[in-house]
Design a protein around this ligand. Structure first.
Ligand code: ADP
Ligand code: MG
Length: 730
């Protein structure tokens, strides 16, 4: 039988790609499948519209009667677009999104049919969601959690083939009140940040009443041909290739980065962009990334909770559209060893209701002081809570990426560029012991002069920092490509909220002692600069020297997920999230447990697929080829040739033999190690065992021999698509 590999290669040469409809003008379709405020205006009564608006703006509850009106309007809108079903759409801790579709159709008491969708159906739903991870919060016998409407994200219509479904964004909560999703804590962290940030803003401007966080993510991904994908069980099962020898040509020429987008991929991009626009996702850029077959897209930034919805939606859309084009989008952080992994840079800032970006240098000395305040508080937040921030991006996939090719290390540091480094040094030096109003006025002017308004174009770009200031926002680069940004964003908002809260306290204490407000602010800023200096790093984050330097500075460098996750449940973490009402300690412990379980499962799956591929693909191919060689040697001997005529073949047979024994021996031992780990009951111990006794102890060694065999065995015996085929053929 022809192997899937050769069938894939063959099919590829006959593929014409999938046609896409001529792309419509973006403005014509943008948001057409979203229940925007404009649509709401059209389909709701004045009263219902106002109620919706206040609930979006102020988080105010919507009463039953209003909910009935809103749901009626929603259904009318949805039906006008051919929708027959609705679903509560939520983001469970598995990392994907979840839906359970119900139809508008129902039966009345007398058996006649009726289409309905009432306020109750809008506000609350009880999915049979007992199999979502809950970290032990919900015992399965009372396996009931419910989803609750989140009016702050607009409902939308998902089109899948001919089917259209009205999706209601919701949060997912257990009956005892604990949150079971990514969205609820994110919303709470935004509330906390709003509160702290507004108070600090009011030092500078009394007109500021609301602060929101903004997020612009950059999504990296790989694209492979579907038939190739299907011929690689490891990609199918674990999202990454566990074997594969490096291709003769990798990314060293960087020709892909600068090259034009391949036609088939381009068609796919246009297709998913069109779908995204309909859902109001403001995609703006698309380009090739550094590694072959790697790409990136990024939208215009939005308010964090909307941006998070849009990113999860986009991943879902890309996955579906890719299949339509007989391609697969890979969101794993490291699908191919030896070349770049994929990240999801999270560009983050804060914006006021007066239209000010709090991380953009100001136009006046006063607004610049406000900028400096938020800037320094961010650095202090990252310094004080770096381990919690590290934990927020920890995953089995990201462990392969952090610290590998072209990816930030697991050390959290902040890059700010030369201008701002100098500004901070200035403040540190000049806001000394005696610092009066005159000094303050001069310093403020000087600072204003030394912070160029258009830092955006002046910031030196350091691509190696996990957390870099890029002119008017911070870019958190350590986030994994497959992650839900909510986790990182919840943490970032929270550590910022807590730091600003403390800042307000510290400044007020000085004011109470009789200090003038702005001088008090300067003093606290100076104090924070000194306290957090060690987290600043301007050099090459990829270098070995930085690892040594970071160690000398006492910065944590936690390389593996099971240990990085410890920071979720420290006293510092519990105090942080609990004081802000973002997550209580029960929720934190549950989430910790869930993350450990996710880690264990992912490594377990990788280990299993490795074992299976070895016994069912690698070893049979190697043995078969070895037999061919043996036959050949026998034949040569038989016809009376001398030893040197088959010496080479003998050597190859010996090498193959050596790797065969190695692989089968290691696979056997790995199975034993897994058994030992599986018997462990404590999740943390088990996760550490999977990391050190299964993954670290075996993965690389098994891979080494398998990859050697790939080179030794004749090409037509090898059933797994090779790196060069997956990365370069399309
Ligand atoms: P570059 O990385 O080339 O400098 P941009 O500065 O345009 O590109 O932005 C990169 C990403 O940062 C984009 O997704 C953009 O929307 C986002 N971004 C820009 N400004 C902000 C902001 N104030 N808050 C959050 N994200 C932002
Ligand atoms: Mg990038």
């Amino acid at each position: 039988m022809e192997s899937l590999r050769f069938k894939a290669i063959n099919d590829l040469t006959h593929s014409n790609g999938t046609a896409v409809e001529g792309s419509a003008k973006i403005t014509g379709i943008f948001g057409e499948n979203v229940f925007t405020l404009k649509t709401a205006r059209e389909f709701l009564s004045d009263e219902a519209y106002k109620s919706l608006l206040t609930s979006i703006k102020g988080g105010k509850k919507i009463d039953r009667a209003m909910a009935n009106q809103i749901s009626a309007g929603l259904r009318q809108w949805a039906e006008s677009k051919g929708v027959t079903h609705y679903t509560h759409w939520f983001q469970p801790l598995t990392g994907t999104t979840a839906e359970k579709h119900d139809s508008f159709f129902t039966l009345k008491g007398d058996g006649s049919a009726l289409e309905t969708f009432d306020g109750d159906a809008l506000i609350q739903q009880e999915p049979d969601a007992s199999s979502f991870p809950n970290g032990g919060i919900r015992a399965t016998f009372e396996a009931r959690g419910y989803t609750a409407w989140d009016p702050s994200s607009p409902p939308f219509i998902m089109e899948i083939g001919e089917g259209k479904t009205l999706c209601i964004p919701t949060i997912f909560v257990s009956y005892t009140g604990e949150t079971l999703d990514y969205k609820a804590p994110l919303l709470k962290s935004l509330e906390a940040l709003n509160k702290s940030a507004v108070e600090v803003c009011n030092y500078f401007d009394k007109n500021i009443n609301k602060v929101t966080a903004t997020l612009g993510w950059e999504q990296e991904y790989f694209i492979v041909d579907e038939a190739m994908f299907n011929a690689r069980p490891d990609l199918v099962m674990s999202g990454r290739t566990v074997f594969g020898h490096a291709p003769a040509k990798g990314q060293q020429l960087e020709d892909h980065y600068f090259g034009s987008i391949p036609e088939r991929v381009y068609a796919f991009m246009r297709d998913y962009e069109t779908e995204s626009y309909k859902l109001g996702i403001p995609l703006r850029t698309r380009h090739n990334e550094v590694a072959p077959a790697q790409f990136e897209c990024a939208p215009i930034f939005e308010e964090v909770s909307v941006a998070v919805d849009h990113n999860t939606l986009l991943m879902d859309i890309m996955d579906r559209v890719a299949r339509r084009h007989k391609l697969r989008a890979l969101f794993h952080e490291k699908p191919f060893a030896g070349i770049n992994g994929s990240g999801k840079h999270n560009n983050w800032s804060m914006a006021t209701d007066t239209g000010v970006n709090l991380l953009a240098p100001g136009k006046t000395p006063k607004t610049n002081l406000m900028f400096l305040t938020f800037f320094v508080n961010t650095i202090k937040a990252v310094h004080d809570y770096s381990e919690i921030l590290r934990a927020s991006i920890a995953s089995a996939g990201n462990d392969h990426r952090l610290g590998a090719n072209e990816a930030p290390p697991a050390i959290i540091s902040v890059f700010i560029g030369q201008y701002l480094s100098k500004v901070l040094a200035d403040v540190k030096e000049r806001v000394g012991g005696k610092f009066d109003e005159q000094d303050e006025a001069i310093l403020k002017l000087d600072l204003h002069r030394s912070i160029p308004e258009l830092l955006l174009d002046n910031t030196d770009r350091n691509r190696t920092s996990p957390f870099a200031f890029t002119g008017n926002k911070f870019e958190f680069r350590a986030v994994g490509s497959g992650a839900n940004c909510a986790n990182a964003m919840t943490t970032l908002n929270s550590i910022m909220a807590a730091t600003l809260k403390q800042f307000k306290k510290d400044v007020d204490t000085l004011i109470d002692k009789g200090e003038k407000k702005e001088i008090a602010i300067m003093h606290v800023i100076r104090e924070y600069i000194v306290a957090s200096e060690k987290v600043l790093f301007e050099g090459d984050g990829y270098s070995d020297e930085w690892h040594h330097e970071a160690e000398r500075r006492g910065l944590p460098n936690v390389r593996t997920t099971p240990l990085a996750l410890d920071a979720m449940v420290t006293d510092s973490s519990k105090h942080l999230f609990e004081q802000l009402n973002v997550l209580n300690h029960v929720e934190l412990e549950a989430r910790h447990e869930i993350e450990l379980e996710k880690y264990i499962k992912r490594v377990q799956i990788e280990a299993r697929i490795m074992g299976e591929l070895c016994t069912s693909h690698v070893l049979p191919a190697a043995i078969k080829y070895q037999n061919t060689l043996i036959e050949n040697i026998k034949g040569l001997k038989e016809i009376g040739l001398k030893e040197e005529a088959y010496a080479n073949q003998k050597q190859i047979v010996a090498k193959i033999s050596e790797h065969i024994s190695k692989v089968s021996d290691l696979v056997e031992k790995m199975i034993q190690a897994r058994k030992t780990a599986n018997a462990m009951t404590d999740s943390r111990t088990k996760a550490i065992a999977y990391q050190s006794q299964v993954k670290d102890a075996f993965f690389d060694d098994i891979r080494y021999s398998v990859d050697k065999l790939e080179l030794l065995v004749a090409d037509d015996y090898w059933a797994l698509p090779k790196y060069r085929e997956m990365l370069f053929l399309r």
